[in-house]
Design a protein around this ligand. Structure first.
Ligand code: PEP
Ligand code: MG
Length: 565
């Protein structure tokens, strides 16, 4: 990689996915603006203009097919569907009619034709309504060809690059190919948004919320060093910094399924999964089980409640990846940033504080009933040990109602998530009913700091290092101890190797994370004794601020520097 003579420049953002990599910048082209209503001059060859539209649609179709052939999984399906849309004559014929009948310039004709098509699909509802996103994508691509503008979406380049964008839509994130995109930097976005979670799942270093003043300084081809742990970007890094990044990238750590501190205190290191494929790769990565199966991820795009049979299939796929092992299944966590069309009321003013997660069972009790039935059936045909829990339990009555209901379905181990501060503070009462709890630090932080987890402007509040969050985690563990119940953590805090040490010191028995984080967390835990964990936990909860807690604990863990964490 060639470096320029320019001096290194340090820039910062919020590091949301760890790792140190370097590469040339490739900026994501901005969206296509609406073309003005313009008509063609009287002497224009209208047939030739119509041919240009057809040719542009063909170019887009071929480009998408090529990208689809290179992509994997969800990304491939998404690209294939969009390519089909580009090949569909409805859009081109309708745009050509507007050129012939109203003498509209081709770009404007395509824009209007796409608008009519999208309205028609929207009125059909369900699956068809979801295709409006593909129409907009194809429209923008055809217009880009017609107007000779940069193609929107993730750039296609022969060499690996660092993607720089304003923000990434979930669909963009599904298309990120880790072999091509080595890291990404966005000017918007928060630390616990699902884009950030996906970056960690892909093992792709990522920095979000830099503000435009940072991304505006990065031009195509600039060499940058991205440190996703620290949230730092170095423009024009030194040769020495690049050498260290290469050396760290060449070291591969593995996890052997034996999570414990140096002095042998067992800490179960588990995986967060969303489907069977994720569960299989987590098992390959050595995960000791599943600590969070986000069941709603199986059904995010479904307009109707899935049938019991479809649910049994989805759950069985995950359970089968972990024969004889623990799989913690969370019931549907619908609402706020993960709406499910069949459960969520989209008209609420404050969805994060609304009828979401377990609360939906009051309005639609049959959906939870069906899910528990399906889960019991899936458990019966596999050997995995199912632990079931509900998200957003807020009162002891809810803990009792849910665990009673789960046990009535034959699910023997029933517990709850602790994501609402009341649940942590009332833990002693909660554990009169719950067999276990798993702390969702993403939501717990959001609710105790009153800071929307998706907002980059509030990222300084949205961190599990907040002493207030840590004190609540301690309260949860202290409430569980007299009952002898295990408490785990399955929020993003569990994947931060330094914070993991603190959590173990607070009394947490298991840590569940994206499978990619297992080797790092394991390596750091194996460098400390339980007594060290307890001492560092005390330092963290006695700290004045999140930054103080993080700095004080990291200073006591020299292994982090050695491992490049
Ligand atoms: C959490 O809130 O920490 C959690 C694990 O659940 P989710 O991120 O799916 O809301
Ligand atoms: Mg949550």
């Amino acid at each position: 990689m060639a470096t320029s003579d320019a001096q290194p420049t340090a820039l910062t953002g919020i590091g949301v996915s760890p790792g140190l990599v370097a590469g040339p910048v490739a900026r994501m082209a901005p969206g296509i603006p609406e073309p003005a209503i313009e008509t063609l001059p009287a002497d224009t060859d209208l047939d030739a203009e119509c041919d240009r539209i057809a040719a542009a649609a063909q170019t887009v179709k071929k480009g998408l097919e090529l990208s689809a052939a290179e992509a994997k999984g969800d990304g491939r399906t998404l690209l294939e569907t969009t390519a089909q849309m580009a090949a569909d004559p409805t859009l081109t014929t309708s745009a050509q009619a507007k050129v012939r009948e109203r003498r509209l310039v081709p770009a404007r004709a395509v824009w209007e034709a796409a608008g009519t098509l999208a309205d028609m699909l929207k009125s059909l509802g369900g699956y068809m309504a979801e295709r409006t996103r593909d129409v907009a994508d194809v429209r923008d691509r055809i217009i880009a060809v017609l107007t000779d503008s940069p193609m929107p979406g993730i750039p296609r380049l022969p060499e690996p690059f660092v993607l720089v964008a304003k923000d990434l839509a979930p669909a963009d994130t599904a298309l990120l190919n880790p072999e091509k995109v080595v890291a990404f930097i966005t000017s918007e976005g928060g630390p616990t948004s699902h884009t950030a979670i996906l970056a960690r799942a892909l093992g792709m270093p990522a920095i979000v919320g830099t503000g435009e003043q940072v991304t505006d300084r990065l031009s195509d081809g600039d060499i940058v060093l991205v440190d996703g742990t620290k949230g730092s970007i170095t423009l024009n890094p030194s040769e020495e910094a690049l050498r260290r990044a290469r050396e760290l990238a060449s070291r591969v750590r593995v996890f052997n399924g034996d999570g414990a501190t140096r002095d042998g205190h067992e800490v179960q290191l588990l995986a967060n999964v969303g489907d069977a494929a994720g569960a299989r790769s987590a098992a390959e990565a050595g995960a000791m089980g599943v600590g969070l199966f986000r069941t709603e991820f199986c059904f995010l795009d479904q307009p109707e409640e899935p049938t019991i049979e479809a649910q049994v299939e989805a759950y069985r796929g995950v359970l089968e990846a972990f024969p004889g092992k623990k799989v913690v299944v969370r019931t549907l966590d619908a609402g706020a940033d993960k709406p499910l069309p069949f459960l969520t009321d989209s008209t609420e003013a404050n969805p994060a504080l609304g009828v979401r997660a377990y609360r939906t069972a009051r309005r639609d009790p049959e959906v939870l009933e069906h899910q528990l039935q399906a889960l019991a059936k899936a458990e019966a045909v596999t050997s995995a040990k199912v632990w079931v829990m509900a998200p957003m339990i807020s009162t002891a009555d809810e803990a009792k109602a849910f665990t009673d209901q789960a046990r009535a379905h034959g699910l023997k181990i029933a517990g709850m998530m602790i994501e609402v501060p009341s649940a942590a503070l009332m833990a002693d009462k909660m554990f009169e009913h719950a067999d276990f709890a798993s702390i969702g630090t993403n939501d717990l932080t959001q609710y105790v700091m009153a800071a929307d987890r998706l907002l980059s402007s509030l990222a300084y509040l949205s961190t599990g290092w907040q002493p207030a969050v840590l004190r609540l985690i301690k309260a949860a563990c202290d409430g569980a101890a007299p009952h002898g119940r295990p408490v785990g953590v399955c929020g993003e805090a569990a994947a931060d190797p330094a914070l993991a040490v603190v959590l173990v010191g607070l009394g947490v028995a298991s840590l569940s994370m994206t499978a990619r984080a297992l080797p790092d967390v394991d390596a750091v835990l194996k460098s400390v004794d339980l007594a060290d964990c307890r001492r560092l936990a005390q330092i963290a909860i006695d700290s004045r601020t999140a930054e103080d807690a993080r700095a004080a604990v990291r200073a006591e863990l020299p292994v982090l520097e050695e491992l490049g964490l």
